[in-house]
Design a protein around this ligand. Structure first.
Ligand code: SF4
Length: 402
């Protein structure tokens, strides 16, 4: 149920404001409205299982597989998945964790496609990475394809008379091929927790940074480092080749940061109006948002940072201060439950979960785990060796900064 932000309240605040506040009930896969557009190539026997049986069968498969399997859960996964996670965290932390568990031959990554790819790049040779639902992608990562990025790179080279002074930086939330592109072209990967360090590294090596796919993380980070907005240019990759991404030559010449016009469909929903409404209604409220939010939202917040930063911020905030959070609802909901002594609410009264993260339904987890029990690997994520080799270079450059 959505709660309006305009009506004054007396007494305790509602903890959250979304119909997903109390978690999403597990329904059989065939009753999920979006199942038709998810991975259908799962045996029909798994389509109709109810919540109790799903839980019992995941537990049974886990008990049989023991240490041979590790289940990872990204912060944005639904509760009926996160309950089975051996470790939860952000994408990079989980990939590193899996690589540090040599006893686990199978890494079941409950997250989205680029995360499983990162785990496959960093895994030990004897490990295998599995994504429960192969259709769990990321709309932001999909906004930057390998051919599009290479085409823009060529155009930048034509405009500037070469790319020797441009450092490509890709956000972790991108395809493995783009991490490889950065590895091949003197570039690097960043996460939302180390983006400032990564940009500083890049500016020691080049005059300009080409940042993809999330414009907001790039802009927010560069601005916090003192780069004015006039020295950032937004490249519209939907423009035909030869149109400089819709930019005029002077704007491009001025740019120290060339931002890809990509965004996260979840974080871009947060608005200044929501923050103003929360502040008007709850004096003393603290606002913390993810840096994938729009510039004006990050500017108006009290703090911004990665998912781990947000979790830490909530844990350390004074108990009497309500906290408005701008990130994916599953994490906000979990933080509210973990801190029943304080009021934690989502800034967006009608926010929905990340629709691609949500595609990891427990039926897929049962299917991939029971397949492993039978000695069969389904939904393996395997990054080609040449891509892996270059992507590792870009990831290792980032690792030296930590
Ligand atoms: S929350 Fe945004 S960036 Fe993260 S997986 Fe979903 S669409 Fe992609």
């Amino acid at each position: 149920m959505a709660i309006d932000l305009l009506t004054p309240v007396a007494g305790p605040l509602p903890q959250l404001q979304c119909e997903t506040d109390t978690g999403i009930d597990t329904v059989p896969l065939d009753q999920e409205v979006a199942f038709g557009s998810w991975q259908r190539a799962i045996p029909e026997a798994y389509w109709h299982l109810g919540a109790e049986e799903l839980v019992a069968r995941v537990r049974a498969a886990r008990a049989t597989l023991g240490e041979r399997v590790v289940v990872l859960g990204h912060h944005y996964q639904r509760e009926d998945i996160i309950q089975f996670a051996d470790e939860r965290g952000d994408s990079f932390m989980l990939a590193q964790y899996a690589a540090s568990r040599p006893q686990s031959q199978y890494i079941v990554f409950c997250g989205v496609h680029f995360m499983a790819e990162a785990a496959d790049i960093l895994r030990a040779p004897h490990q295998t990475v599995i994504l429960p639902n192969i259709e769990a992608g990321c709309s932001m990562a999909d906004m930057a394809s390998d051919p599009d990025v290479r085409s823009v790179w060529r155009e930048l080279g034509e405009h500037f008379g070469g790319t020797g002074d441009i450092i490509p930086v890709t956000y972790m939330n991108s395809a493995a091929s783009l991490k490889a592109f950065c590895g091949e072209h003197g570039g690097i990967v960043c996460t939302s927790s180390n983006a400032a360090k990564v940009l500083a590294w890049a500016f020691e090596r080049g005059r300009r940074v080409f940042f993809f796919p999330d414009q907001h993380l790039g802009r927010n980070t560069a601005h916090a480092m003192g780069i004015p907005l006039e020295e950032m240019a937004l490249w519209n990759w939907r423009q035909p080749a030869g149109r400089r991404g819709g930019l005029d030559a002077a704007a491009l010449d001025r740019a120290r940061v060339i931002l890809w016009q990509g965004h996260c469909s979840v974080h871009q929903r947060f608005s200044l109006t929501q923050i103003e409404a929360a502040r008007a209604r709850y004096p003393g409220v603290r606002i913390v948002v993810h840096p994938e939010c729009r510039f004006e939202v990050v500017q108006a917040a009290d703090a911004n940072g990665s998912t781990n930063f947000i979790a830490d911020y909530v844990a350390k905030a004074p108990a009497d201060a309500p906290i408005g959070v701008g990130t994916e609802i599953n994490l906000v909901s979990r933080l509210a439950k973990e801190h029943p002594d304080r009021t934690v609410f989502c800034l967006d009264p009608v926010v929905c979960p990340c629709s691609t993260m949500y595609r990891v339904h427990p039926a897929y987890l049962v299917w991939v785990m029971e397949s492993l029990v039978r000695g069969e690997v389904v939904n393996r994520i395997a990054v080609p060796d040449d891509v892996k080799q270059h992507a590792r270079v870009a990831l290792e450059r980032m690792l030296t900064l930590r």
